[in-house]
Design a protein around this ligand. Structure first.
Ligand code: ZN
Length: 61
């Protein structure tokens, strides 16, 4: 399972493996805790997660 989360540092969308506790943001470098991060989507496979991120990016201004 993969989660789409919003980085608490820079607000960008990140894909995180749901089996991990935290994810380092590749954009701003902070450690984002999955338990605290805002989750905007989920997917079973990494490829589905990346497609979802593209769709979510399009919806944002
Ligand atoms: Zn960030």
């Amino acid at each position: 399972m993969y989660l789409i989360i919003i980085c608490s540092g820079c607000g960008r969308l990140l894909i995180a493996d749901a089996s991990t506790k935290s994810r380092k943001c590749p954009y701003c470098g902070i450690k984002v805790w999955l338990s605290k991060a805002k989750k905007v989507g989920r997917a079973e496979k990494a490829i589905e997660a990346s497609v979802l991120v593209q769709q979510l990016k399009r919806k944002r201004p």
